[in-house]
Design a protein around this ligand. Structure first.
Ligand SMILES: *[C@@H]1O[C@H](CO)[C@@H](O)[C@H](O)[C@H]1NC(C)=O
Ligand SMILES: *[C@@H]1O[C@H](CO)[C@@H](O)[C@H](O)[C@H]1NC(C)=O
Ligand SMILES: *[C@@H]1O[C@H](CO)[C@@H](O)[C@H](O)[C@H]1NC(C)=O
Ligand SMILES: *[C@@H]1O[C@H](CO)[C@@H](O)[C@H](O)[C@H]1NC(C)=O
Ligand SMILES: *[C@@H]1O[C@H](CO)[C@@H](O)[C@H](O)[C@H]1NC(C)=O
Ligand SMILES: *[C@@H]1O[C@H](CO)[C@@H](O)[C@H](O)[C@H]1NC(C)=O
Length: 376
């Protein structure tokens, strides 16, 4: 008890250029869903068998893998963190950040050397408010059925509901007044990483007017996307180690390195960063992978803000290890024809987990510079 209190105080004292508060938000959402043709995963052997099934060249993906179309609705607990810069340095802009698979919201807010590796700290320092949340199925949010509930369209609707709450003030009424005396920001920038970028790009495509700007990190639609295959995740069953139900899988440490760490191993990241990246990993429900196709390549004529695509140079899963030359602004313009600006940038000598590489801070600045150049 005393130790818990002490740790609480220490966590509170972690100095940043702002205040943060943890929230548990009941989110009501409804979406199309499906029963997919998937094997069951209840042990380690079946986890590897699922990965081989998923990576097999003749296994159907997308609409062909649907056995039955369904709908899902419910109220889900979403754990979140809302941070606001110190008064005076604030920009009137809230970033809404969505993390990818194999992680939860801690992806954005490293407690290991936060001054160098926390995107949240960097955003506060640059004057942005920032909202991060554990996607459904991860962290301290609810962990419903891995096959039929945690699916991409539902997660898109959860992101929409959270955005509506941010825009209409509900989010701020949930936050304690002892931490926040500020009025809610009036502009909203959506930031994604990896699967969170699938969601963010689909969100601005479908609900363009709800977003004033977007930053898509660690994702670009290209011919090598996911070509490394699910066996590269090196998964085991998450039932015992993470207390998850059937169908949740979790990467072993070598899978975390395969997917998230890249570049020159002597200079791009340290063994400590890999260790931390492994320590904060999260299980993934396999229905999420099966339904991810619905988020890809949706045209977004209603999005009118600026959008930045930020790619790690040596992203293995997204670009099969080399992203150079894969972002074509002309093609991106076909997807977002009315965007105020479209830019693509490469963060050199980095793998997929941008914040967990040595030069992360310089990468964060590429984003803040892009936003500032476009009035955000
Ligand atoms: C499910 O819905 C999609 C989209 O409407 C449709 O193309 C597909 O044929 C349906 N699948 C089944 C099995 O009903
Ligand atoms: C704000 O948006 C949320 C999410 O859609 C909704 O539940 C709530 O009723 C809205 N509140 C107001 C005051 O409009
Ligand atoms: C917010 O305002 C209240 C009452 O005016 C005050 O007691 C509190 O210290 C303020 N909090 C912050 C973070 O400024
Ligand atoms: C494991 O999860 C179940 C279902 O969510 C919950 O009832 C139980 O308390 C959890 N056990 C532990 C040890 O956390
Ligand atoms: C996208 O293409 C259209 C048509 O060529 C052009 O008018 C527009 O300025 C382009 N947008 C960006 C952001 O480059
Ligand atoms: C660090 O990142 C910045 C921004 O992308 C880049 O300009 C710089 O060359 C990088 N430094 C190294 C040592 O890779």
């Amino acid at each position: 008890m005393a130790l818990t209190l002490l740790l609480g105080v220490v966590a509170f004292l972690h100095s940043r250029d702002g205040n943060c508060q943890q929230l548990d938000i009941p989110v009501h959402a409804a979406a199309d869903s499906a029963v997919y043709d998937l094997p069951r995963v209840d042990n380690d052997l079946e986890a590897t068998a699922w990965a081989i099934f998923d990576a097999t060249r003749t296994t159907p993906h997308g609409i062909e893998s649907i056995i039955r179309n369904t709908t899902t609705s419910g109220t889900f607990n979403i754990h979140a963190q809302l941070c606001h810069p110190h008064l005076g340095s604030s920009k009137d802009i809230l970033q809404i950040a969505t993390h990818g698979v194999h992680y939860d919201s801690r992806y954005w807010d490293s407690t290991y050397q936060p001054a160098k590796h926390s995107y949240v700290d960097a955003a506060l320092k640059a004057g942005y408010s920032i909202f991060t949340y554990d996607r459904l199925g991860t962290g301290q949010s609810d962990h419903p059925d891995a096959y039929t509930v945690v699916q991409a369209p539902l997660e898109l609707e959860i992101l929409r509901q959270l955005t509506l709450m941010a825009r209409n003030g509900t989010l701020y009424s949930l936050a304690s007044k002892t931490h926040y005396n500020t009025t809610q920001p009036s502009k909203f920038v959506h930031v994604g990483h990896s699967f969170g970028s699938f969601l963010t790009s689909a969100f601005i495509a479908r609900y363009g007017p709800l977003s004033d700007g977007a930053v898509i990190t660690g994702y670009i639609l290209n011919e090598y996307l996911a070509s490394a295959g699910s066996t590269s995740f090196s998964v085991e069953y998450a039932g015992k180690t993470f207390n998850r139900s059937s169908g949740y899988v979790v990467s072993k440490k070598n899978g975390i390195q395969n997917i998230f760490f890249g570049g020159d191993p002597k200079t791009a990241f340290t063994p400590e960063l890999l260790e931390y990246g492994n320590k904060i990993k999260q299980p993934v429900p396999i229905g999420e992978f099966a339904s991810a196709f619905s988020l890809i390549g949706n045209p977004g004529p209603s999005f009118r803000g600026p959008v930045q695509f930020l790619l790690p140079e040596f992203d293995f899963y997204i670009c099969r290890g080399d992203c150079k030359g894969l972002a074509d602004v002309k093609i991106l313009n076909q997807t977002y024809p009315n965007a105020a600006a479209i830019e693509a940038a490469i963060q050199p000598n980095s793998g997929h987990a941008l914040p967990l590489h040595n030069n992360a801070t310089a990468g964060f600045l590429l984003t803040f510079d892009f936003l500032a150049r476009h009035g955000l």
